[in-house]
Ligand binder design. Structure first.
Ligand SMILES: [Zn+2]
Length: 492
């Protein structure tokens, strides 16, 4: 029976979010709890566990799983050190294995460190020695050369919005088994692309990016194609490795890996102008919502708590009030102080509050409003994907005809569950705001008459030129003019 080590380390950081991520923001599982709690969830880890279990002759060696409940700002350095130390201690205590399958997001960063995943993978490699090591990553990973060097293959998500977490975990497990048992000799190529991508064309079902991912899937389905993926980075994780990459791994065919990676890189570069977000001004967005019969959904990608933002933007709510939006809106907001006041006042109370700008006051100014406290809760619920949410104490506040779900902690407002868990049915409203660039489409596309990507300030704005980059690869498109990629655009 072959032994396969598993570990999980996931966080997606927004460097421009002033609220740091702490140790307590992570869910931690050790040993068998990793399998028990993740096997059924729509996660890469769950998919890998399924393949290893069905194999029948694999002993999974679960070590340590840490995943942040939501995205957040840079991880506090000593908290990151604690997480990495704990993870590697569990790995070292279980290092007699035949292979390893590691699940990561890939866009983690701390106050001082741009490549924690590279440190984790190097530590795992040191502990387990020269046995096959495969890592699965989000396609928004920020990938370092160290991560490439420490692994035999990187297996990336193939969908955006992401729906193939489980399948990606399965694919990574199968690649590992092909190397361990099938005699495959992984040969990998990486082509770096000086590109930060955003916008609707990234949607795999309808956009140009989807065409490139189909090529990746064809490579993986072909004889000798082990893994192929396009990694566009999280554009808000401002570290020295931030850019886009192609990763292709073949079975003992380095030339083909290079050739396929180059082909994909050229495709992405040729279509780079399409990967710039098309945003609508707030004033125009409110007009569109007013004129729409049926549900309008506003994407507040600039304050996306699924991309690393603080969640305390009140910019859209302010715009609705300023422009006298006459219908019913439902909005999420992170504001611990407002929640505390609402809990002190109790259900049924009417009080004056400052709403918004509690975390990122440089970008958002509090709105002073009279609100009615409709409901209060502990904020514990389960997201659509099966993972637990801990939004902290919450309050549903009513101002005029609008409902604001205020949470103490940062929570992902991508699906419907966050609202439904608080007695709010999104389809009862004319307008719902999702703090999500595109992931919300999985849940809202079938319900919405109109979807509008609104141009408002925020630490994860799709208007990338509005952000204070200091670390990422430069020059890079679209931040800089006349960027020349480090590869030939045609064969010589
Ligand atoms: Zn992602």
């Amino acid at each position: 029976m072959k032994r396969i080590l598993m570990a999980v380390c996931k966080q997606e950081v927004g460097s421009f979010n002033p609220k740091p991520t702490q140790y307590t923001d992570f869910e931690i599982r050790r040993g068998a709890a990793l399998i028990e709690d993740l096997r059924a969830a729509n996660t890469t880890t769950g998919g890998a566990i399924e393949v290893f279990t069905e194999h029948g002759n694999i002993e999974i060696v679960p070590t340590y799983a840490a995943w942040a409940r939501t995205t957040g700002g840079l991880v506090v350095q000593q908290d990151l050190d604690r997480l990495v130390d704990e993870l590697l201690a569990e790995v070292r205590a279980n290092a007699e294995v035949d292979g390893a399958c590691i699940s990561m997001h890939g866009a983690m960063a701390s106050e001082e460190e741009g490549d924690p995943e590279g440190r984790v993978l190097a530590g795992i490699r040191e502990a387990i020695g020269d046995v096959p090591l495969v890592a699965n990553l989000d396609l928004h990973a920020v990938v370092s050369q160290r991560m490439v060097d420490m692994t035999d293959a990187l297996v990336l998500l193939h969908t955006y919005p992401h729906v193939d977490m489980r399948q990606t975990g399965q694919r990574s497990a199968k690649v590992l088994l092909e190397i361990m048992e099938g005699g495959a000799k992984p040969t990998s190529a990486r082509v770096q692309i000086p590109l930060l991508a955003r916008g609707d064309q990234l949607i795999t079902a309808t956009g140009k990016f989807g065409e490139a991912l189909v090529i990746c899937q064809e490579i993986e389905a072909s004889e000798g194609g082990l893994a192929a993926g396009i990694n566009i980075g999280n554009p808000f994780t401002d570290t020295p490795d931030l850019q886009s990459n192609i990763f292709v791994t073949t079975d003992n065919d380095p030339e083909r890996a290079e050739k396929e990676a180059l082909r994909l890189a050229r495709f992405m570069w040729q279509h780079r102008e399409l990967f710039v977000a098309d945003l609508t001004s707030l004033e125009k967005a409110v007009q569109l919502a007013e004129a729409t019969d049926g549900l309008t959904v506003f994407s507040d990608a600039a304050d996306s708590t699924a991309s690393g933002a603080s969640g305390d933007s009140n910019a859209i709510f302010r715009g609705l009030l300023d422009h006298n939006y006459s219908k019913k809106a439902l909005l999420p907001l992170v504001d611990a102080a407002a929640v505390a006041k609402a809990h002190a006042a109790g259900v049924g109370a009417t009080l004056s509050l400052d709403l918004g700008g509690s975390i990122d006051p440089a970008r958002f100014t509090p709105l002073s409003l009279a609100v009615y406290v409709q409901t209060l809760s502990d904020g514990n619920f389960t997201y659509e994907g099966g993972l637990p949410a801990e939004a902290g104490r919450t309050a549903v506040l009513i101002h005029r005809q609008h409902a604001i779900l205020v949470t103490e902690h940062i929570a992902a407002s991508v699906g419907l569950r966050i609202f439904q868990a608080h007695g709010l049915e999104p389809t009862d409203y004319d307008l719902v705001v999702c703090k999500s660039p595109n992931g919300f489409r999985v849940h809202y596309e079938a319900l919405a008459t109109r979807i509008v990507a609104v141009d408002v300030p925020g630490s994860t704005s799709a208007n990338l030129k509005s952000l204070p980059y200091t670390q990422c690869v430069r020059p890079i498109f679209p931040l800089d003019e006349d960027v020349v990629p480090p590869f030939a655009l045609e064969d010589e």
